[in-house]
Design a protein around this ligand. Structure first.
Ligand SMILES: Cc1cc2nc3c(=O)[nH]c(=O)nc-3n(C[C@H](O)[C@H](O)[C@H](O)COP(=O)(O)O)c2cc1C
Length: 189
């Protein structure tokens, strides 16, 4: 377990080393670093050049609203102790971005656009990581709560939430494993 990201990673090191981060240090990353990462993320592949991703970069007021909405829902389902514990953890998260995908009336186009938006999120997390910033891609219940959309300024009829991205400098970088390549790869003649 480590706490610091290699300061000048190669692309291989960035892809292999990136981890989902759940515990952040309190410093807020410089907005320039986050903006540069969002700017890189939009170079994701996208079929028919639909560029279907949208990003909402939450300020402190909106972030507080998300934290409170999430805690209120946990309170209803799991009680006060869990709600308060989650509220504390989420209130300490330095940065928040919501990534959405513009809906398409065509089901296959929507599938392709969602795939492109997932590439956008991965680009974003790798770009952040290469700048020393960790993130977590969350699809927790709060991202589907009816009050989440007006809070963030999303029209759920025209956009679908792809992820709530929490970011900041990692307090802890967890270990992870993957199955070997041979578990996935079929070599055809
Ligand atoms: C579509 C998607 C949704 C995810 N949602 C959550 C989530 O709600 N909460 C969470 O803790 N992690 C979430 N993750 C992160 C995964 O748990 C994480 O990628 C996995 O544990 C592997 O860890 P790594 O990213 O460090 O390799 C999500 C990842 C993806 C791709």
């Amino acid at each position: 377990m480590t706490t610091a990201i290699d300061p000048t990673p190669t692309i291989d090191e960035t892809i292999r080393g990136r981890r989902t981060i759940g515990a952040f240090r309190p410093e807020v990353p410089a907005p320039e670093l986050v903006e540069a990462s969002l700017d890189l993320a939009r170079w994701a592949p996208n079929h028919k050049k639909t560029e279907p991703w949208r990003a909402y970069w939450l300020g402190p007021e909106t972030a507080r609203g998300v934290v409170e909405l999430n805690s209120a829902e946990i309170q209803k389902k799991k009680g006060s102790a869990e709600a308060e514990s989650k509220r504390k953890v989420w209130a300490a998260i330095p940065g928040w971005i919501v990534v959405t995908c513009v809906r398409s009336n065509d089901a296959f186009q929507h599938e392709e656009d969602y795939a492109a938006c997932c590439c956008f999120v991965q680009n974003l997390s790798l770009a952040l990581w290469s700048r020393g910033i960790g993130s977590k891609w969350s699809t927790g219940d709060v991202t589907r709560h009816p009050d989440f959309f007006p809070l963030v300024g999303i029209n759920p009829d025209s956009e679908r939430v792809v992820g709530l991205i929490m970011y900041g400098y990692p307090a802890v970088i967890p270990e992870q494993t993957r199955k070997p390549l041979s578990a996935f790869l079929t070599r055809n003649p």
